[in-house]
Design a protein around this ligand. Structure first.
Ligand SMILES: *Cc1c(COP(=O)(O)O)cnc(C)c1O
Length: 359
């Protein structure tokens, strides 16, 4: 067991077994006499690592052969810029749904290089839910529809997907590998790896190969998806350690029984926490029931002073990372794949006790 329960939003908890395996292999990787950090990214050994990382993701998410899997630097934030540069042709527009902080950041970046149609915004409702498909004002000439499928800061998660003619692009940074998805319904999926997939400094991109051919000629070579597809994510030196860690996370996820099993566990963890929040008016969850995230559970208490006390007292019990994002305040428990059910059980017991003392 870890020495504390870690509810950080990202970088976030890693499975203990993965860290132990990385520790064993840190000095010497599989009989090579050197650490993975010392290897050439063009060596046979590293190619095997990056191939295994990609095939692990492919198996776990059943990614069809129509889609390529890329490991890129710059985190999810670079994808906010790369997506419109590559997928929205000159003079054309793209549909974006504004569900919170991360979706808005993607919108701001897309507006710099071209036209954006905000097809729905939750801003006036304080970003308390995801839209129903029927509420979206989609444009028939949109090059793609961009969504953030799980808002890490606001705790808002999509359930269904709209039927669209334009390909759907999804920022899945904080929910990838947490539930079963039908990849064939997406034109592009991207995720910073530091939530459910590994360490920071790396993003995974799953892209329908034909969309990579759209990029206008003025997109720099390094920012084209087609470059990275052609070079198997080895156009320049990738974050080799990060890729290695993603491979270990994939192995671990498969050993847990795969994404479906993990999803069931995640739903149980989230249900236990939301049940505690709904059990009393002492806690206030601002997110509407149908849109509540299974990964990032957010709530408020009656005052900021009480929220401060909650976070401080929780740390004394070994429960870390519960302070809400600096933008939103409040409390947030990120309960990613690597956060064990015992962590949630311990948190729920602590909440009952805290309410008894402060209610
Ligand atoms: C964390 C996060 C990002 C930003 O990731 P970086 O790797 O820091 O660029 C973007 N979108 C979502 C949904 C996130 O959770």
């Amino acid at each position: 067991m870890a020495s504390v329960f870690n509810f950080n939003a990202g970088p976030a908890a890693m499975p203990r077994a993965v860290l132990e395996k990385a520790q064993i292999e840190l000095m010497e990787n599989a009989g090579t006499g050197m650490s993975v950090m010392e290897m050439s990214h063009r060596s046979k050994e590293f190619r095997e690592i990056i191939d295994n990382a990609a095939s692990g993701v492919r198996r776990l998410l059943r990614v069809p052969e129509t889609h390529a899997i890329l490991f890129l630097q710059g985190g999810a934030s670079l994808q906010f810029a790369m997506v419109p540069m590559n997928l929205r042709r000159p003079g054309k527009s793209a549909d974006y749904v504004d569900t919170g902080v991360w979706a808005s950041k993607a919108i701001r970046e897309a507006q710099i290089t071209g036209r954006v149609n905000v097809a729905w915004s939750g801003q006036e409702d304080g970003y308390s839910r995801a839209p129903k498909p029927s509420e979206l004002s989609l444009r028939s000439d949109a090059e793609y529809l961009h969504i953030c499928s799980n808002e890490t800061i606001g705790g808002v998660q999509w359930t269904g997907l709209p039927e669209t003619e334009a390909p759907i692009v999804a920022d899945m940074s904080s929910e990838i590998l947490s539930r079963v998805i039908d990849v064939s319904r997406f034109g592009l999926i991207y995720a910073g790896t530091q939530k459910n997939l590994g360490p920071s400094g790396l993003a995974i991109v799953i892209i329908r190969k034909d969309l990579a051919e759209r990029a206008p000629k003025d997109v720099p070579i390094i920012l084209r998806y087609s470059t990275h597809i052609a070079d198997g994510s080895l156009y320049n030196t990738p974050n080799t350690w990060g890729v290695y860690m993603v491979r270990l996370i994939c192995d671990w996820t498969e050993a847990q029984g795969g994404v479906r099993t993990i999803q069931e566990l995640n739903e149980k963890k989230a249900a236990a926490l939301y049940a505690a929040l709904d059990s009393s008016s002492f806690w206030l969850c601002p997110v509407e029931k149908e849109s509540r995230s299974t990964m990032n559970v957010v709530w408020r208490l009656s005052s900021e002073a009480l929220e401060d006390r909650f976070v401080t007292d929780a740390e004394k019990e070994g429960l870390f990372g519960l302070r809400g994002h600096r933008i939103s305040g409040g409390i947030r428990a990120s309960i990613y794949n690597a956060v064990p059910p015992e962590a949630v059980d311990t948190l729920v017991s602590f909440m009952k006790e805290f309410e008894r003392r402060n209610g």
